[in-house]
Design a binder for this molecule. Structure first.
Ligand SMILES: NC(=O)c1ccc[n+]([C@@H]2O[C@H](COP(=O)([O-])OP(=O)(O)OC[C@H]3O[C@@H](n4cnc5c(N)ncnc54)[C@H](O)[C@@H]3O)[C@@H](O)[C@H]2O)c1
Length: 666
């Protein structure tokens, strides 16, 4: 059967042969046992409803084994045999160009070179799922291959509820991931309802089909490291010879060494998982791997002396590195952590003192003991970090809930007022005030032709547009513009593509709209034959309400509300997005954040031009309006600028209060 026939077939009517468990592939850890006997039966009943009754006796047994072995039913037997990657758009079957573009994006998220646990349909972050099981994948692809330009596919946490009649300007797909009744959004609720097969954790770009490999994050990480460097730099200094210590070589964290190299420092990144370390080494995302702490110290000292730009992976626990460098008096200039603490009890964080294998076994079989070990390790890590910061290290939380979980573990991490943390998050200090408040965020695009020469053309177009805009940009955003132009100029040389032909470029509303318009025109003129997909990370100006991350620099109390993300996705959907998604938990964890995003297909048409202008303008300025109302200086400036550019925009501006008036009133 051809690839196209397999897609059109959906869930096969005859059982495909069983799959052999391949231990060369990086697999998701076993999830903890959480269901009662009755609930396990319910999980099986839920799984079997995808299949004809005649297969139930075979599958019931098989799925019960999967539930026992992995804590989830992935339906491994139904994993397709064809290669999983973003094919050129014309290779997808179907009647609708937009739907084919979405298939391209879905397959990229599951590409073995891209996805963290491809067999478990996890793209990144340990639990960031595209679908819960292979039946859901097959069904969604089948619907996409059937849909017309006046239908919308409705997807609840990976499950295709069906195709519904809509209209040509409506989104082709509406995705919700992990949306829960608020009282059912604790960590164990995810374990339970995910095991039942009724919800999933979509992270940000996993369940919304917008992941573009680690490149997506390299740019943001480069901006963060560069600006962190600027914060600690004495006049005229750059990052040469300075040491950045952090952890994680996973989906997003793996971008740190590359970003460190681009920013020009020495990066040491600890990673406990040998397979992941090997992958990053083979991809050239790290320069060297060291497995011995003493050797690491020697190597770092040498790199400091010669001001080498180098990235070193330490295969082991990050806690050991913080402690060792303190003992050896090696000065750490910048410090962070990117273990997956949004997912602390199921493989996101490996405690110091026990082996990787032992930890995997313990989290599944002795979850309470494992939790104690994680918390003990976090307390130890905090003690070591505190010793470094006392010597002058600038430490920031990388939005992975490190400070949050360390505080919950009782670590010495709270500020004197008992409310705030001792250390800022990267959004509080860097990303929020320097980027998001001015409308800059992780805009991206994908060439659905899968042709690298198209990507090269788009890079050139984007660079020209930014250079033109920069000529008249106000001084407040000149540095941003310069950094982004430098990024796009170096993008080809830095060989950032893993998976689809995609590019990330931080841009504000004006930049995004003008670049998108220029792309649409290029497609119209036939410079590129196939459509371009636009999108962004949820981690942006408007897409995400997350009190410890994206909205951590909102100080009017509204950082604990989620109106902005919900408004954003609703607004995007009726202004022309091709698909929209809204998720619970992306980045910092289930129940901690509401985040959403969009995808938009540019096919060179006049309709696409109208849609991009209307939707991108809203998509950025919704967040600007909210950040401005929270009295953020940069956002007030940007809101006023946006109103000048678009007379139909009327944003409510805040009146600022003289703080002395508030003293002694209560
Ligand atoms: N890069 C960014 O811009 C960014 C932004 C916001 C949040 N984050 C957060 O960063 C975290 C990491 O994301 P990811 O996609 O890389 O996740 P991931 O799970 O793919 O990678 C984390 C890695 O940390 C390793 N690890 C865990 N405990 C360790 C320890 N004690 N010592 C050394 N290594 C350890 C794991 O083996 C894993 O490979 C997530 O919580 C994510 O939400 C990243």
């Amino acid at each position: 059967m051809t690839f196209q026939e397999q897609i059109k077939q959906g869930i096969p009517s005859e059982l495909p042969s069983e799959k052999i468990y391949n231990s060369d592939i990086n697999h998701a850890p076993k999830r903890k046992e959480i269901l009662s006997r009755v609930e396990k039966e319910l999980a099986l009943r839920n799984a079997l409803r995808y299949f004809d009754e005649k297969h139930h006796s075979v599958l019931a047994k098989e799925f019960s084994e999967e539930l026992k072995k992995y804590g989830r039913i992935y339906m491994h037997r139904f994993r397709p045999d064809y290669k999983m990657y973003a094919r050129p758009i014309n290779e997808y079957p179907g009647k609708c160009e937009q739907a084919k573009a979405i298939m391209h994006m879905i397959q990229n998220n599951l590409d073995y070179a891209v996805a963290q646990h491809p067999h478990e349909l996890i793209t990144y972050g340990g639990n960031g799922a595209v679908f819960q099981n292979w039946a859901q994948y097959l069904l969604a692809m089948q619907y996409l291959s059937e849909m017309t330009n006046d239908q919308t596919l409705v997807i609840y946490s990976g499950h295709s509820m069906g195709l519904f009649p809509s209209h040509k300007n409506a989104p082709r797909v509406v995705v919700t991931n992990g949306m829960m009744i608020p009282n059912y959004s604790k960590q164990d609720d995810w374990e339970k309802y995910n095991a039942l097969g009724v919800t999933q954790y979509g992270q940000m770009t996993a369940g919304s089909y917008m992941y573009i490999g680690p490149q997506g994050i390299v740019h943001g990480t480069t901006i963060t490291v560069l600006n962190a460097g600027r914060k600690i730099a004495k006049k005229g200094e750059d990052l040469a010879g300075k040491l950045f210590l952090t952890s994680g070589l996973g989906g997003m964290s793996g971008a740190q060494p590359k970003a460190g190299n681009i920013a020009g420092c020495i990066t040491v990144c600890a990673e406990v998982n040998p397979k992941i370390t090997e992958i990053r080494l083979s991809q050239g995302w790290i320069d060297e791997k060291i497995t011995d702490l003493d050797a690491l110290v020697v190597r770092v000292k040498k790199a400091k002396e010669s001001k080498e730009v180098i990235s070193i992976a330490y295969l082991g626990n990050i806690v050991e590195v913080w402690e060792k460098l303190d003992e050896e008096n090696v000065y750490v200039d910048l410090g962070s952590d990117q273990t997956s603490l949004h997912n602390p009890w199921a493989g996101g964080y490996y405690p110091v003192g026990i082996s990787f294998e032992e930890a995997n076994e313990m989290m599944a079989n002795k979850p309470n003991l494992f939790k104690d070990k994680v918390q003990e390790s976090l307390r130890r890590q905090a003690i070591a970090i505190n010793k470094h910061t006392a010597k002058g290290t600038y430490f920031f939380d990388y939005g992975n809930a490190f400070l949050l979980e360390a505080s919950r573990a009782g670590a010495d991490i709270m500020a004197e007022n008992g409310l705030d943390f001792k250390y800022p998050s990267y959004v509080q200090d860097i990303m929020g005030p320097m980027c998001f408040d001015y409308g800059f965020g992780p805009f991206r695009w994908v060439c659905t032709s899968a042709d690298p020469s198209d990507l090269e053309k788009t890079d050139k177009i984007a660079c020209e547009v930014l250079e033109e805009i920069m000529k008249n940009s106000p001084k407040e955003i000149q540095q941003q513009m310069a950094d982004n132009i430098q990024w796009i100029k170096g993008a080809q040389e830095n060989k950032l593509v893993v998976g689809s032909q995609a590019r990330i470029l931080y841009a504000d509303a004006e930049g995004r709209m003008k670049i998108a318009e220029a792309f649409n025109n290029a497609v119209k003129r036939g410079e590129m034959i196939d459509p371009i997909v636009l999108g962004r990370d949820h981690h942006d100006v408007s897409g995400t309400d997350s009190p410890y991350r994206e909205t951590s620099n909102i100080y009017d109390g509204s950082q604990f509300t989620a109106d902005m993300a919900i408004q954003n996705v609703i607004g995007d959907s009726f202004r022309g997005a091709t698909w929209v998604s809204i998720h619970n938990g992306g980045g910092v964890g289930w129940g901690e954040v509401i985040n959403g995003g969009f995808g938009m297909v540019l096919d060179g048409s006049i309709e696409a031009e109208k849609r991009l202008k209307s939707m991108l303008f809203w998509d950025v300025n919704n967040g600007i309006a909210r950040r401005n109302w929270a009295r953020n200086k940069g956002a007030i400036f940007t809101a006023k600028r946006a109103m000048k550019a678009e007379p139909k925009l009327k944003i409510t501006l805040p009146n600022l209060v003289d703080d002395t008036l508030l003293q002694n009133l209560f």
